[in-house]
Design a protein around this ligand. Structure first.
Ligand SMILES: [Zn+2]
Length: 252
């Protein structure tokens, strides 16, 4: 293969890899978003359980105050017993005490059932809290894993950039400038494979005679339509990351 063409092909493969890795890095926050959903759910379930517990506590406190007031009222009524003169007054007094005692028993029943409810909800609150801690830990683990992945990808880019410098230095300035210009204008794809008389950058047909010349890889040819550098290779290696693997956008 023409040496300059060979370097251009290598350079394109490196640049395509850099672009792929850059896209991967950019997609990492999206991955974390996925783990944020169960976290938000657990947070809101915990907040709801907490609010319910707090509401019950408040209700219980109110009832306690009400009970104190009722007991106070009963004590005061009993104190007044000595002031009563007639039987009629006494009967009315007893009825009043009985009525306040009834409401005291009602309040005590309400307090008992509130306490049962509180016990049940405090168990639920502890469970929701445990669930939340678990989900939080999982989120932190994922966050850390993604951070490490990011570091690894940045290191890969750095290594590729060093390799790129080596190839770039070996390409004639004119070709390199044309390459860079195409890379910017043609969506990161400046050197493309040809197959069955077609430019795989823009899918334009290549005249048979030109295609025969391109297949020899002895000279540098460009697509008359998209202007990309063209070369021929039987098939892409299985794990190819460069060339037409990336969808080629039109030249602007
Ligand atoms: Zn083309």
């Amino acid at each position: 293969m023409n040496e300059q063409l060979k370097f251009l092909v290598e350079l394109q493969e490196i640049d395509t890899s850099i672009l792929d890795i850059t896209e991967k890095i950019e997609s990492l926050p999206e991955k974390l978003k996925h783990y944020r959903i169960p976290l938000k759910k657990a947070e809101s379930a915990f907040e709801k359980a907490k609010a319910r517990s707090e509401a019950l506590n408040k209700k219980k406190k109110d009832k306690d105050i009400q009970l104190d007031e009722t007991l106070d009222k009963i004590a005061k009524l009993k104190d007044r017993s000595s002031e009563i003169k007639t039987n009629k007054e006494y009967e009315a007094h007893l009825r009043e005490i009985e009525s306040v005692e009834r409401s005291r028993r009602g309040i005590e029943d309400e307090i008992l059932s509130l306490m049962e409810e509180m016990e049940k909800f405090s168990l639920e609150l502890r469970q929701e809290e445990m669930k939340l801690r678990e989900v939080e830990n999982e989120f932190k683990r994922q966050e850390q894993a993604l951070e490490e992945e990011k570091k690894k990808l940045y290191a890969e880019i750095e290594a590729l950039k060093r390799k790129r410098e080596e190839y770039a230095a070996r390409i004639d300035e004119e070709y390199y400038n044309r390459y860079m210009n195409l890379l910017r204008r043609a969506g990161g794809l400046a050197v493309v494979r040809t197959k069955n008389e077609v430019c795989l950058g823009c899918n334009t047909n290549i005249p048979p005679q030109l295609y025969n010349d391109i297949r020899k890889n002895e000279d540098i040819y460009t697509c008359y339509y998209c202007k990309r550098f063209l070369y021929y290779r039987e098939e892409e290696p299985a794990a190819a990351s460069g060339g037409e693997a990336r969808e080629a956008p039109p030249v602007s």
